[in-house]
Design a protein around this ligand. Structure first.
Ligand SMILES: O=C(O)c1ccccc1N[C@@H]1O[C@H](COP(=O)(O)O)[C@@H](O)[C@H]1O
Length: 217
């Protein structure tokens, strides 16, 4: 069985990072975008990253940052992966010589095949909901049928995922990974540990259902 990887984003507290690790998620996300209610300071980020064991990754999320902002975080915090969630292009993202994923916001008219080809250096593409004026973390899902089958880059599905819909998302989209923020919170930036546990169980459930429906993979 291929296991769908899980990233839990918007961690602001060490206790939530420990719960994410305990529940078996693959990555936790730190938001370096000050307008977000989930944004962390360097001090917070250092404390959280120090609590994350080997083989669980720390992802740093930026929205249209300056080069200096990204470099400053990389110099001070243990970051395994960069996530660019704005209008950055491939050249901007790859200049840090650090593995990165690129978020794309999906709308009806999006030509995802062409968009994905613009990011040949990305390890994976994170597909999120489009909401005018909001770069991400909307808590809203999008029409998953807009995702073409023929994308060559691994897909991380995001946007409005919850314990209630993640299993059907996995069955329908068969993404490489899923990413959740608002769907496992009790308030913005505060993770609900029971919801994290329920989310992880539903990811497993989705994987089993997907394999039952398509045993050949
Ligand atoms: O979480 C935020 O505050 C945020 C701010 C700006 C850009 C992206 C942000 N989060 C990312 O948004 C998606 C979906 O989040 P949700 O599950 O719908 O709440 C996810 O990739 C987060 O990494």
């Amino acid at each position: 069985m291929i296991r769908t990887r899980v990233k839990i984003c918007g961690i602001t507290r060490v206790e939530d990072a420990l719960a994410v690790v305990e529940q078996g998620a693959d990555s936790l996300g730190l938001v370096f975008y000050p307008p977000s209610p989930r944004a962390v300071s360097i001090d917070q980020a250092q404390a959280i990253a120090a609590a994350v064991p080997a083989f669980v990754t720390v992802t740093a999320l930026f929205v249209n940052p300056t080069v200096e902002e990204v470099q400053s975080v990389l110099n001070q915090v243990r970051i395994d992966l960069l996530q660019f969630h704005g209008d950055e292009d491939n050249d901007f993202c790859r200049q840090f010589k650090h593995p990165f994923i690129k978020a794309l916001r999906v709308r009806q008219a999006s030509d995802l095949v062409a968009l994905c080809l613009r990011f040949p250096s990305a390890l994976a593409l994170l597909l999120d909901s489009y909401k005018p004026g909001v770069p991400g973390g909307t808590g809203e899902s999008f029409d998953w049928s807009l995702i073409p089958q023929e994308l060559q880059t691994p897909v991380i599905l995001a946007g409005g995922l919850t314990p209630g819909n993640v299993a059907s998302a996995i069955e329908q989209v068969t993404p490489y990974a899923v990413d959740v923020s608002g769907g496992v919170e009790s308030a913005k930036g505060i993770k609900d540990h029971d919801k994290i546990c329920a989310f992880m169980k539903e990811v497993q459930h989705g994987d089993q259902q997907r394999d039952r429906l398509n045993p050949a993979g």
